[in-house]
Write a protein that binds this ligand. Structure first.
Ligand code: IPM
Ligand code: MN
Length: 334
């Protein structure tokens, strides 16, 4: 078996601890992956002019695959989020967030099985905000045909290759007639090429209501950037929260950077208390992407079994175990 090199950004706060958990479980499973690890966000690299080091970007581009822990994003001021800069710089245009009920973890819903696919490069995330005059600020929401088409193509292709039956385009085109209107137009055009997949359009407020009433109404949801940000958190909430959901950023030629969506949790950082499940499931998604299906299944099953058994859960899930005890339990279940 050949060894694959993958880039690893452990990230800030609890990042390094949960990344250790992934590394240990990969070792125990003998996953044929060698990590190239980078710490970013500490100093500005003159070659990139930002906190993203030139070497780390080169590494992701060269390897085509990476895994990323949480990174601090300042609110309301300061530098632009590194999470976003990474997506933009690497052209990771589709953000894929599968959301699946975890049998061993009870919530109000027991059959959630949906995937949000979010446009990942533009919309309200274009970063074009300024003051017009004192007391009046404006923000530009950019929607392009190019970005909308490629994310719609991705969503339908994903649906087709993952045995899914329906794609719902989520929008607010009744109000945002031009921007969301263009997004919808692109989804419609792509839908025509996939007659076997049911296509529907759902207005976002109604979508939220339907999701909390009956998540099984949905299968694949495709939407502009900010809506995808919000809806994917809502969906995570249906199955137990951001500690349990994986995420993948996909670009051209199979380039992929999987990440945990939750924050850096500075209050519990360095205390061996964090739940590594979201990053672990993201690493499983990474293995699936690399078509190392046997190892992906093996690790996925061991995580599910550990949660189902319930003896070694971390505090966020109502248990008393440390990150390393939970990790050990998963390894025991491999
Ligand atoms: C996410 C996060 C990011 C986003 C933040 C950390 C910049 O919430 O991945 O959903 O807004 O996209
Ligand atoms: Mn988010």
């Amino acid at each position: 078996e050949t060894t694959i090199t993958a880039t690893l950004f452990p990230g800030d706060g609890i990042g390094p601890e949960i990344a250790d958990s992934v590394k240990e479980i990969f070792n125990a499973t003998q996953v044929p992956i060698k990590w190239e690890e980078f710490e970013i966000g500490k100093t500005i690299d003159p070659r990139t002019g930002s906190f993203l080091t030139w070497e780390s970007m080169e590494s992701v581009r060269r390897n085509g695959i990476g895994l990323k822990g949480p990174m601090t994003t300042p609110i309301g001021k300061g530098f632009k989020s590194l999470n976003l800069t990474l997506r933009k710089e690497l052209g990771l245009y589709a953000n894929v967030r599968p959301c699946l009920s975890i049998p061993g973890y009870k919530t109000r819903y027991d059959n959630v099985d949906l995937v949000t696919i979010r446009e990942n490069t533009e919309g309200e995330y274009s970063g074009l905000e300024h003051q017009v005059v004192k007391g009046v600020v404006e923000s530009l929401k950019i929607i392009t045909r190019q970005a909308s088409m490629r994310v719609a193509e991705y969503a339908f292709h994903y649906a087709q290759t993952h045995g899914r039956k329906r794609v719902s385009a989520i929008h607010k085109a009744n109000i945002m007639k031009k921007t969301d209107g263009l997004f919808l137009q692109c989804c419609r055009e792509v839908a025509e090429k996939y007659p076997d997949i049911v296509y529907e359009e759902v207005i976002i407020d109604n979508c939220c209501m339907m999701l909390v009433k009956n998540p099984s109404l949905f299968d694949v949801l495709c939407m502009p950037n900010l809506y995808g940000d919000i809806i994917s958190d809502l969906c995570a909430g249906l199955i137990g929260g951001l500690g349990l959901t994986p995420s993948g950023n996909i670009g051209d030629n199979g380039l992929a950077l999987m990440e945990a969506v939750h924050g850096t949790a500075p209050d519990i950082a360095g205390k061996n208390m964090a739940n590594p499940t979201a990053l672990l499931l993201s690493s499983v998604m990474m293995l699936q992407h690399l078509k190392i299906q046997d190892k992906a299944d093996q690790i996925h099953k061991a995580i599910m079994k550990t949660i189902e058994e319930g003896q070694y859960l971390t505090r966020d899930l109502g248990g008393k175990s440390s990150t390393s005890e939970y990790t050990k339990a998963v390894i025991g279940n491999l």
